[in-house]
Design a protein around this ligand. Structure first.
Ligand SMILES: NC(=O)c1ccc[n+]([C@@H]2O[C@H](COP(=O)([O-])OP(=O)(O)OC[C@H]3O[C@@H](n4cnc5c(N)ncnc54)[C@H](O)[C@@H]3O)[C@@H](O)[C@H]2O)c1
Length: 333
């Protein structure tokens, strides 16, 4: 992104306290944007992963909740671009608390779209997920693939995408729906398989409990996903479009774990734990991204392959002050 123009641009990032959001904030700040970062309100005054970023003092951090329309309208004033990432994202947790996924992911997106309209926002990026596709009916998965609600999380994101697209169709709200495939890297929570396995190996476990390792995924390193977001929002051809972000490289969970073991020089054993298996119709067996649309529209190319990305992630989690944030004895959902 060019520095000159960005210096004047004001950007709001929701979900900025989270894994991907905190990296996006860092990237936007480096490019010269003036960033307002939304952290979810809590009584501990914690800004989540924003606590760990450099130059926090140059950031406008606001605490609040996207479920509140009044609040969303207030923080969107005098903003040029909105990156909307805030969401509840854990699939197992969505089995036990589906209503909260509707409140946050659907009503939250509605509130952001309404606020963007009221405040004449120039560009909005809505974050979807490859989970909306469910198990691949054909591969690689392009944006025309049917949507299958295999979990309440997926259903809430399908609804979020639909409400956003309805605002483009009905009111010409200048938005793009970014649909990232599985993203990994520093700061990802231990509910995800890659950081969970790395942290358990680092804590010296000899046996690690694991769910089904046969499903395949298309992993993107977090910096590639964030660059995909910025390239989409900076390009007028993406308005009103839904666009995949992924690596176009399919790998099974089993092969991913093998790579982690090799890089870490570990002899850990993996043991299948029945309680971690997802209900059969809910498990997404195959995800493989067709990323030709984003390439064609923006020239985007993923830069960090899985081996390098895993190495960078392992290096980061290995730092003691990072590792201590991972609770290896708990099954995080
Ligand atoms: N991580 C992935 O592999 C992946 C893949 C595809 C899409 N996504 C999407 O990317 C986005 C970011 O995901 P992430 O992996 O960084 O997850 P994350 O859980 O680390 O970040 C989400 C953030 O949203 C915030 N949030 C939740 N409810 C809120 C509320 N009511 N008000 C304000 N903030 C609230 C949380 O504080 C959290 O920090 C999500 O929309 C997710 O669906 C993630």
């Amino acid at each position: 992104m060019a520095h000159g123009r960005n210096a004047k641009m004001k950007v709001l990032v929701t979900g900025a306290d989270g894994f991907i959001g905190s990296h996006l904030v860092e990237m936007l700040m480096k490019s010269g944007f003036q960033v307002t970062a939304l952290a979810q309100y809590n009584s501990f005054n914690s800004w989540g992963w924003l606590e760990d970023i450099e130059n926090k003092k140059d950031l406008n951090i606001v605490s609040g909740d996207i479920r509140d329309q009044f609040f969303c309208e207030k923080i969107s004033k005098n903003i040029d671009f909105i990156f909307h990432l805030a969401a509840l994202i854990a699939i197992p947790h969505s089995y036990i608390s589906p209503g909260s996924y509707i409140d946050t992911n659907v009503i939250g997106t509605l509130n952001i779209c309404q606020s963007a309209m009221k405040n004449n926002i120039e560009r909005i990026l809505i974050t979807s997920t490859s989970e909306v596709y469910g198990s691949a009916q054909y591969t690689p998965i392009d944006e025309k693939h049917p949507l299958q609600a295999q979990s309440p999380y997926s259903a809430s994101k399908i609804a979020s995408d639909a409400i956003a697209m309805s605002f483009y169709n009905s009111f010409e709200l200048p938005l793009t729906i970014a649909r990232p495939f599985n993203t990994y890297g520093p700061r990802q929570s231990a509910r995800a398989v890659i950081p969970s396995i790395i942290s358990q190996i680092l804590y010296g476990k000899k046996e690690i409990k694991i769910g089904d390792t046969t499903p395949t995924r298309d992993f993107s390193y977090v910096e590639d996903t964030c660059r995909g977001f910025t390239e989409l929002i900076n390009n007028k051809n993406t308005i009103g479009e839904t666009v995949n972000i992924g690596s176009n490289f399919e790998i099974s969970i089993f092969e991913t774990l093998k790579k982690i073991k090799t890089i870490m020089n570990s002899d850990v054993e993996f043991v299948e734990d029945q309680s971690r298996l997802r209900p059969k119709n809910s498990e997404v067996y195959r995800l493989w991204c067709d990323n030709s649309k984003i390439k064609k529209l923006t020239g985007f190319e993923p830069k960090i392959n899985i081996d390098l990305g895993l190495k960078k992630t392992i290096d980061w989690i290995s730092v003691p002050e990072n590792l201590i944030k991972y609770k290896a004895d708990i099954y995080n959902v």
